[in-house]
Design a protein around this ligand. Structure first.
Ligand code: HPA
Length: 245
C-alpha cells in the first residue's frame, strides 16, 4: 500500500518515472477528486500520484475540490503528502527555476471549502502554527543538500485566489505582510491535510518573478520555460528524498 502521495501541480500532471501499477477512482462524501489516483513505484518506493488540476490540466485553482482530494488520500491509506506547486517569486532570492521548501503560509483565498468540520459535525480549531510537517520538510532539505542546485530552506507561501495573477500593488502588500512566494493552490490543501493529521510538505517551484518584480508583464512563455527546468529539478529532489521517507 502506498503511504506516500505526490500531488502534482502545473507542469507536473504525470511522472514518466512512475511505474504504474493501477489506477484507482475514489468517490468521497465531498464530491469527486481531481483525477484517478495513480498507484505505482517511484524510485524504489510505492507511491500514489494525483494530478491536482486534473489529468488534462483543466481544473483552475479556485475550482479544485481540495476536500475530496485530501479526504480520498486519507481514505486510501496515505500518511504523507509531498505537494508540488508552481509559484511566483517575491523575495529577491526566489529566482525562476529555484525550488523552495516553504515553512509558513499566509492565506488570501476566499470562498473555498476549507474545513472538514462543518454542517453539524463537531467544531474543530486545528493548530496550524507550523503549517508544514517539520519532519517531511527536513527530509526534503536533507536530500536537497546532495543536489547540484540550491533548494531554498524556508519561506512564506502566500496563497492567492486566482485564477488571475496578482497586481504589482498586491505583490507589494504581500511582501509587506511577509510573503516570499505566491501561488494559488497551497490553501486550503495544507490545512485540510492537517485536519486529517496527514504529514504534508510542499516543494514550491518558482515559475516567474511575481507581478511588478520583473521587467514587464508576467509571460506565460517564460513560466513554461522555467517550469520545465524546475520540474526536472523536482524529479531529482524526489529521487533523492523518497528513499529517506
Ligand atoms: N502568482 C500566483 N500564482 C502563481 C504565480 C504567480 O506569480 N506563478 C505561478 N503560480
Amino acid at each position: 500500500m502506498s503511504e506516500l502521495a505526490i500531488i502534482g501541480g502545473t507542469g507536473l500532471t504525470s511522472m514518466e518515472q512512475l511505474e504504474i501499477v493501477r489506477r484507482e477512482v475514489v468517490h468521497t462524501p465531498f464530491g469527486e477528486p481531481s483525477a484517478p489516483f495513480i498507484h505505482g513505484r517511484l524510485f524504489g518506493k510505492e507511491v500514489v500520484f494525483l494530478a491536482r488540476h486534473g489529468p488534462g490540466h483543466t481544473i483552475p485553482p479556485h475550482k479544485i475540490n481540495y476536500r475530496a482530494n485530501i479526504w480520498a488520500l486519507d481514505y486510501i491509506g496515505v500518511k504523507r503528502i509531498i505537494a508540488v506547486a508552481a509559484v511566483g517569486g517575491i523575495r529577491a532570492d526566489m529566482l525562476p527555476g529555484r525550488l523552495v521548501i516553504p515553512d509558513q503560509i499566509i492565506d488570501y483565498t476566499w470562498g473555498r471549502a476549507n474545513t472538514f468540520f462543518e454542517d453539524g459535525s463537531r467544531v474543530v480549531h486545528v493548530d496550524f502554527t507550523a503549517p508544514y510537517c517539520p519532519e517531511l520538510r527536513a527530509r526534503l532539505l536533507e536530500a536537497g543538500r546532495e543536489l547540484p542546485f540550491d533548494v531554498v530552506e524556508g519561506g512564506c507561501y502566500a496563497a492567492t485566489q486566482g485564477p488571475r495573477l496578482e497586481t504589482a500593488a498586491e505583490i507589494d502588500r504581500i511582501e509587506r505582510d511577509g510573503g516570499d512566494i505566491v501561488g494559488m493552490t497551497g490553501m486550503p490543501e495544507a490545512v485540510l491535510a492537517r485536519e486529517l493529521d496527514l504529514s504534508y510538505a510542499t516543494i514550491a517551484v518558482v515559475a516567474n518573478l511575481a507581478a511588478g518584480r520583473g521587467d514587464g508583464p508576467v509571460s506565460m512563455e517564460e513560466i513554461g520555460r522555467n517550469l520545465k527546468l524546475g520540474m526536472a529539478r523536482v524529479r531529482d529532489l524526489l529521487e533523492a528524498t523518497i528513499p529517506l521517507v
